[in-house]
Design a protein around this ligand. Structure first.
Ligand SMILES: NC(=O)c1ccc[n+]([C@@H]2O[C@H](COP(=O)([O-])OP(=O)(O)OC[C@H]3O[C@@H](n4cnc5c(N)ncnc54)[C@H](O)[C@@H]3O)[C@@H](O)[C@H]2O)c1
Length: 350
């Protein structure tokens, strides 16, 4: 049995992490939790039946109490580096929420801590593990799909003032690592890259804070060139107006000369279309391990955690590594620098 601790008991913990981990109770037990919010600590404590003496206001006390094999980090972005390094020093496997850190300097300090403590680190690239996404990725890897030459992705949201109020919402503050590219479009970057089957090498684009009155980016238009020369684009925003009924606000699409695959809403729907076809054909997506369609929003996490804890149990490499985490952050940093300098940035140099 893997003994797990969790730092951060907020929205994603309650909505997706804990229900997913509950599904894996034969393999994982949540033994200890930490959060500065008494309310969230109590909510997850009750949800997972954590003993009162194993609920901590300070995560350092939880790490110091010992007995943990792995720790899940789900806190605001500016806390990730400090907490991941403390976990490495405590000798536990780190299962981190994205992004790895606020900057590449912080990321490199995490890599150093993980290597010198010889602990494993994995980051939640959860949407790759949704059954719809996995189905699309399998299809893209088949020879008859053809060489992937073009991709596009978009994640356009229309968030309310309440959802973005910087007084109460850390995502809307630069000091906490907010902004639409590192928060929301983080997922589109790894999804697009995996769908294209070739790593992103060059980034061009513009980040803006045009649509909302925040000190973080609320709009990004990016152009990528992949290692194999293929190109793709990403558009993301929190402040666009609503999208029409026939079009999703979130998709990732990849084209060869003859065919295209489209994933809608992060794996909830998948379509394929050939050059001669009249329209898109929708795939039937298998349900995940008995979870219902309503529970689909946590399916990516359920699949991701299932693979993480199975790999831990069996001594195999974890599904997404510290290098994957740093690479995604390098693309985000590349986008920032490309926007500032109006030039193409080679992410392998960052
Ligand atoms: N992979 C995904 O699909 C996905 C989805 C949503 C959020 N996330 C990520 O999960 C993380 C958390 O996001 P969220 O939506 O749950 O945010 P949230 O604000 O709902 O929850 C964050 C929690 O961290 C706690 N916290 C703050 N400071 C702390 C500290 N010093 N020690 C311990 N706990 C502390 C807060 O009290 C809160 O309970 C972020 O990294 C976010 O990007 C990932």
């Amino acid at each position: 049995m893997i003994i797990l601790g969790a730092i951060g008991c907020g929205g994603i913990s309650q909505r997706a992490h804990m229900p997913s981990i509950e599904h894996l109770r034969d393999r994982v037990a949540v033994d200890a939790i930490a959060d500065v919010s008494g309310e969230n600590l109590a909510a997850v404590g009750a949800q997972m039946d954590v003993r009162p003496e194993r609920r901590f206001a300070d995560y350092r006390d939880m790490l110091g109490s010992g007995g943990l094999d792995a720790v899940l980090i789900a806190t605001p972005h500016h806390l990730h580096a400090e907490q991941a390094i403390a976990c490495a020093e405590a000798g536990v496997t780190i299962v981190a929420e994205k992004p790895m850190a606020m900057s590449l300097d912080e990321a490199d300090r995490i890599v150093e801590a993980v290597e010198s403590a010889s602990v494993d680190y994995t980051v939640s690239h959860n949407f790759l593990f949704a059954p719809g996404t996995q189905m699309a990725l399998d299809r893209l890897d088949q020879a008859d799909f053809g060489e992937r030459v073009y991709g596009r992705t978009k994640s356009l949201f229309c968030k309310s003032h309440e959802q973005l109020d910087p007084e109460t919402v850390w995502r809307s503050r630069a000091s906490a690592g907010g902004g639409c590219i590192s928060d929301t479009a983080y997922h589109e970057i790894y999804t697009l890259e995996r769908m294209m089957g070739s790593p992103i090498r060059y980034v061009e684009g513009r980040l803006r804070s045009n649509l909302l009155s925040l000190d973080v980016d609320d709009l990004a238009a990016l152009l990528f060139e992949h290692e194999n020369g293929a190109v793709s684009t990403l558009s993301t925003s929190w402040g666009t107006t609503t999208v029409g009924p026939d079009e999703t606000n979130n998709l990732a699409e990849v084209h060869s000369q003859d065919r295209a695959i489209r994933i809608d809403r992060r794996g909830r729907r998948v379509f394929e279309r050939g050059r001669e076809d009249d329209g898109w054909t929708e795939y039937e997506i298998p349900s995940y391990d008995g979870l219902s369609n309503e529970e689909i929003s946590r399916v990516g996490h359920a699949g991701y955690f299932a693979q993480v804890f199975q790999a831990m149990d069996e001594g195999h490499p974890l599904p997404t590594t510290v290098d994957d985490a740093r690479h995604n952050l390098a693309i985000i940093e590349g986008a920032r620098r490309a926007s500032e300098t109006r030039s193409a940035i080679d992410v392998t140099k960052l």
